[in-house]
Design a binder for this molecule. Structure first.
Ligand code: TXA
Ligand code: MG
Length: 340
C-alpha cells in the first residue's frame, strides 16, 4: 500500500469526503492537527482502534487521546467538573488534553482507553475539528509515527514513516504548535500535569488559580518508551506513553552543550553561539530570535533534519525552561534518554 496524499488547502471537499469514507470503513487516516499529525480512527470501533495500534507498533495498554469537535460533544463521553469545564472553555479548541472520568456506556471502546475508567479528551483546531463534526464520533488519535520515534509535524514526515502502512494522508502543511498537547488530569479538585505540551503550565495555573502538580518525570526515571514492557507501563498508568526514549531519533542526542564536537549536527537556540560550531556537520537554530513558540514549532522538524544527516550525535544548546520551554526540554530529554 502506498498512501494517497490529499492537500487540504487545495482540495478541501475531496479531503473531507475521502477521509470520511476511510474512517467509516474502519481504517485509520493521518491528519494534521495544530500540535502534530495524528493517526486517527473511529474511537467507537474496536477493529479501527486495533489498526492504529498495529500501524504504530504500539502496546495496547497505552491509552489513546479521543478527539472531539467541541465541549458539548466531549460531555457526551467524559464527566466535566467546574475546573475541567473552565479549562476546556479557555483552551479548546487547542493543544490541551484533559483526562476526566469516562462516562459509563459512552460508546468509546475500551481498547481506546486501555480499559481505564478515565479518558483523555482534546478538541483540535481547524480541519480536524471540522472532520470530527462531520463524522459525529470521537477520533482516537496518537501521533502518526512508529511507536518510539519522533512525532511528525508535516505530511512528508508521516509519508516517510507510515506511507506504506496507511491508505490516506491529509496534508495540512507544517503543524503550527509543533509539540504535542499538554495533558492535565483533573480529579477531586486537583490538577496533575501528565505531560507538558503546547499550553504552558503557567497559563493553566493562572487561569485556575490552582497549583499544577508535576509527577516524577519519566525522562529522569527508569521506565522505557511506548515500547516498554507491560509491567513498566502499568506502573506508570498515569501517563504511560510519557516515558523516556519516546522521541528517539536514530542519532544519539547530547543536551545543554556548551562546546560542539567535530562531526556532530548542532541545534542552537537564540543568538548565543557555541564554540566548535564551525566543525559541526550541520548547524540549525530552533529560533534565532529566542522565541519559544517558534522553537516548539520547529523542534521535531529540526530533529528529523539533523537525524537525516546520518550523524552519530545531535548536539543541542541549552533552551530556557519556562513557558513552552518546559515541553521542549521534556521532548529533548526523552530524545536523549538511554534506549531500551
Ligand atoms: O497533541 C497530541 O496530543 C497528539 C495529537 C495527535 O492530538 N496526540 C498524542 O497522542 O500525542 P499520543 O498517543 O502520542 O499520546 C497520548 C498520551 C499518552 O502518553 C497516553 O498514555 C496518554 O496520552 N493518555 C491517554 N489517555 C489517558 C488516560 N485516560 N489517562 C492517562 N493518560 C492518558
Ligand atoms: Mg506519540
Amino acid at each position: 500500500m502506498s498512501a494517497r496524499i490529499i492537500d487540504i488547502s487545495r482540495e478541501p471537499d475531496l479531503a473531507l469526503s475521502e477521509a470520511l469514507t476511510v474512517l467509516f470503513a474502519g481504517q485509520p487516516i493521518a491528519l494534521p492537527t495544530e500540535t502534530v499529525y495524528g493517526l486517527a480512527a473511529d474511537a467507537t470501533n474496536p477493529a479501527a482502534i486495533t489498526r492504529i495500534y498495529e500501524t504504530k507498533g504500539r502496546p495496547r495498554f497505552n491509552p489513546l487521546i479521543c478527539h472531539m469537535a467541541d465541549l458539548a460533544m466531549a460531555e457526551r463521553y467524559g464527566t466535566f467538573d467546574p475546573v475541567s469545564r473552565r479549562l476546556a472553555e479557555a483552551f479548546w479548541p487547542g493543544p490541551l488534553t484533559l483526562v476526566v472520568p469516562l462516562k459509563r456506556n459512552s460508546g468509546i471502546h475500551s481498547l481506546a482507553t486501555a480499559g481505564l475508567d478515565s479518558v483523555g479528551i482534546r478538541v483540535p483546531r481547524g480541519f480536524a475539528g471540522e472532520l470530527i463534526r462531520r463524522f459525529d464520533r470521537p477520533l482516537a488519535a496518537p501521533s502518526a509515527n512508529t511507536s518510539g520515534r519522533i512525532s511528525p509535524t508535516s505530511a512528508r514526515h508521516v509519508a516517510e514513516d507510515l506511507g506504506d502502512r496507511i491508505a490516506l494522508i491529509l496534508d495540512g502543511g507544517a503543524a503550527m504548535v509543533g509539540v504535542e498537547s499538554t495533558i492535565v488530569k483533573v480529579e477531586d479538585g486537583r490538577l496533575r500535569l501528565l505531560r507538558p505540551g503546547g499550553v504552558a503550565a503557567e497559563e493553566i495555573e493562572s487561569l485556575t488559580g490552582l497549583y499544577l502538580e508535576r509527577p516524577v518525570t519519566a525522562a529522569s526515571g527508569e521506565t522505557s518508551g511506548e515500547d516498554g514492557s507491560e509491567a513498566d507501563i502499568e506502573a506508570r498508568i498515569e501517563a504511560p506513553g510519557m516515558l523516556s526514549s519516546h522521541y528517539a531519533p536514530k542519532a544519539g542526542v547530547r543536551l545543554n552543550v556548551e562546546n560542539a564536537r567535530p562531526g556532530e549536527a548542532l541545534i542552537l537556540f537564540g543568538s548565543r553561539d557555541v564554540p566548535g560550531a564551525d566543525k559541526a556537520a550541520a548547524v540549525y537554530n530552533l529560533s534565532p530570535s529566542g522565541d519559544l513558540g517558534e522553537a516548539a514549532a520547529r523542534l521535531f522538524d529540526l530533529l528529523h533534519a539533523a537525524d537525516a544527516c546520518g550523524v552519530d550525535t545531535i548536539a543541542v544548546a541549552p533552551v530556557p525552561t519556562e513557558g513552552l520551554g518546559e515541553a521542549i526540554n521534556d521532548r529533548l530529554e526523552r530524545a536523549g534518554a538511554p534506549r531500551p
